[in-house]
Design a protein around this ligand. Structure first.
Ligand code: HEC
Ligand code: HEC
Length: 213
């Protein structure tokens, strides 16, 4: 009797899992369109040429997965932004909404695809004096977690070297003010920085324009 009851209750649930739109063929078919949507803001293959849009080509799969989870739960601030190209050009959207529309499997395939692209540092102006000061700060306070001047995707903590200055500065402000939550150990380092130090670091990351393979 107990077994029959068990089957009766759970069988329809199982069917729902089997036919839910998270299954593999469905996810894979959707990916080219979903990636095109990313590229309409982040540039072709994630090589953004707009200073307000972060370059996302070559980030590690883990970092992208973690970030999309944060966005899905609105744990990171999302800003209304306009699509720069494509069918939705001019319309607004934000990362939290984008992340919520993706299944886990779709997110995983997208993250995998982007991680196989190469991060190409942005060519942008920087102040050499400030960059030199920023380098010292970075070595002392940040290098431990952001390896090789923040150029290595392999530490899974994002890429700072060669990322667009406007984006990096904005994130630093969000971290500093607590709007973007961050690991306690990094916050501890951040609390020691003043506005000038932050700008020195921003200029240092802008100065790193050598492509790292
Ligand atoms: C409407 C424009 C828009 C679309 C579409 C969009 N993004 Fe974003 N994305 C942004 C903006 C702007 C930011 C910077 C954070 C912010 O301001 O909210 C961002 C941030 C990110 C970040 C964080 C980068 C970092 O250094 O931490 C990742 C990862 C990302 N997007 C991935 C994606 C993926 C994957 C897609 C497609 C599924 C996508 N984005 C679609 C605008 C967009
Ligand atoms: C204990 C390790 C640790 C230290 C030390 C640390 N960070 Fe981080 N940092 C992280 C992690 C982890 C993330 C990714 C956070 C997330 O998932 O949102 C991150 C993310 C960032 C980001 C956002 C990157 C992006 O693409 O949006 C910036 C900017 C940043 N760190 C700057 C710094 C600076 C500047 C220092 C030194 C003053 C520093 N960090 C020290 C661990 C650290």
């Amino acid at each position: 009797m107990a077994v029959r009851g068990f089957n009766y209750i759970f069988y329809p649930g199982l069917l729902m899992i089997l036919f839910s739109p998270g299954t593999s063929t469905f996810a894979i078919e959707n990916v080219p369109d979903l990636l095109a949507q990313c590229y309409d803001c982040h540039g072709q293959h994630g090589h953004s040429d707009s200073p307000e849009m972060p370059i996302i080509a070559g980030y590690s799969k883990t970092y992208i997965m973690d970030t999309m989870t944060e966005y899905r739960h609105s744990e990171r601030p999302c800003h209304e932004t306009r699509y720069l190209t494509g069918p939705r050009k001019g319309q607004t959207d934000d990362m939290c909404r984008v992340a919520r529309e993706l299944s886990r499997q779709e997110t995983e395939i997208i993250a995998d695809t982007l991680s196989k692209e190469t991060f190409i540092p942005a060519k942008q102006k920087f102040n050499a004096e400030r960059a030199a000061r920023g380098q010292k700060l970075h070595k002392r306070m940040c290098e431990k977690c952001h390896e090789n001047g923040g150029s290595s995707p392999d530490d899974d903590n994002g890429i700072l070297a060669g990322q667009w200055t406007q984006y990096v500065r904005h994130q630093m402000e969000e971290i500093e003010t607590g709007r973007r939550p961050i690991t306690k150990k990094m916050k501890k380092q951040f609390d020691k920085l003043d506005i000038e130090d932050i700008e020195d670091l921003v200029q240092y990351y802008a100065s790193l324009q050598q492509r790292t393979e």
